[in-house]
Design a protein around this ligand. Structure first.
Ligand code: FAQ
Length: 316
């Protein structure tokens, strides 16, 4: 017991000194479990996050838009793969993680359970959802777990291209015909509040934050990041000539921040419990893709087995 406590204190000192924890280092079991939980949820979010936008690949308004959207959606798949690999370095099994997602046991970001009825939703996702993802993930480049932090550096570079891609779509629509501007405004109305929910519950209601911040897994709290996102995004909306759908939004001179209205937490918890507009559709799509990919997993495994046999024969 004493030894365990000594190890935990040494670990805390090591993290406090801004050192990175690597896969073979000793770490408290709860640190490992917290990371597996967060990194696997993050990986699932990237993978499910491909679906709302993939819905528009065949209907992108021009070849240029289609190429950019295809590249973006493929990037999200890549992010999922880096993150599953980072979780594997903690001892998690990839098939277990995938099965937990497909059975509905594992969480993924609430934001991907909302529909994308118009092309403007693709602009709004890039601008707001990738914008919120960057706000959250820049701090994760400095997370204490080495493989996660290194994966995040690359992911953030790509997310930043995604954000600009989305903002440019919004700019084109906002400067277009009255109908296009209306479409951009309607998409902002749909995505604003769910984007604020992406940061998770308020600090008072976030069961994991205090310990995660102590271990420097998270470097900023949910509320801090949400505020930073609002302060950065409101002027962007103003530049577009669009109105943020929050009558309580107001610049607070004293605190140099925007004050904002009440988030509908009932909606948030309902979505993460599986009752959002698209939860079922997203899970059905992932399960269908998984089933249809069975043959390729079998082929890849057979190939790997064959290679292994060849190596053994060559060594004999
Ligand atoms: N949705 O105690 P906390 C992206 C859960 S990637 C669903 O505050 P924590 C890229 C939370 O898991 C977007 N569940 O938890 C892209 C916990 O549940 P548990 C994803 C949520 O971990 C763009 C419970 O509530 N980003 O967008 C949500 O300390 C465009 C209590 O919450 C990441 O995953 C939510 N929004 O903080 C892709 C970033 N919020 O496990 C395609 C990494 C909270 O105890 C297109 N993750 N919960 O049952 C994080 O930074 C953290 O995990 C938070 C939550 C901040 C998400």
């Amino acid at each position: 017991m004493t030894t365990e406590m000594n190890l935990e204190q040494k670990f805390q000192d090591y993290v406090d000194a801004e050192n990175k924890v690597e896969p073979k280092d000793w770490m408290p079991e709860k640190y490992r479990q917290t990371l597996i939980r967060q990194v696997s949820q993050h990986a699932h979010s990237e993978v499910v996050g491909m679906l709302p936008e993939a819905n528009w690949i065949t209907r992108a308004p021009s070849l240029r838009r289609k190429v950019a959207l295809l590249a973006k959606v493929q990037d999200e798949a890549g992010h999922g793969l880096y993150l599953y690999s980072a979780a594997e370095t903690l001892g998690a099994d990839r098939m277990d993680m995938v099965e937990d997602l497909l059975s509905g046991k594992a969480k993924y970001s609430s934001i991907f359970n909302y529909p994308t009825p118009t092309w403007a939703d693709i602009g709004a996702i890039g601008w707001l959802v990738d914008g919120a993802a960057i706000a959250n993930q820049v701090m994760l480049c400095r997370t204490s777990y080495g493989p996660y932090s290194r994966a995040m550096v690359r992911i953030c570079k790509e997310e930043s291209f995604h954000q600009r891609q989305g903002y440019e779509i919004m700019m084109t629509l906002a400067q277009g015909s009255a109908e296009q501007k209306e479409m951009a405004q309607a998409a902002l109305n749909r995505w604003w509040w769910p984007s604020l929910m992406m940061f998770g519950p308020t600090d008072d209601d976030s069961p994991n934050s205090a310990q995660s911040m102590k271990w420097k897994i998270k470097r900023k709290s949910n509320d801090q990041l949400r505020q930073e996102f609002i302060d950065k995004t409101v002027p962007q909306a103003e530049f577009l000539g669009l109105t943020v759908p929050d009558p309580d939004l107001k610049w607070n001179e004293e605190h140099s921040h925007y004050d904002f209205g009440e988030i509908n937490w009932e909606e948030f918890y309902s979505v993460i419990k599986g009752n959002g507009k698209c939860n079922k559709q997203r899970m059905d799509a992932r399960n269908k893709a998984h089933d249809e990919g069975q043959w390729i997993r079998e082929a890849a495994n057979a190939y790997a087995k064959k290679q292994e046999e060849r190596k053994k024969q060559a060594a004999a």
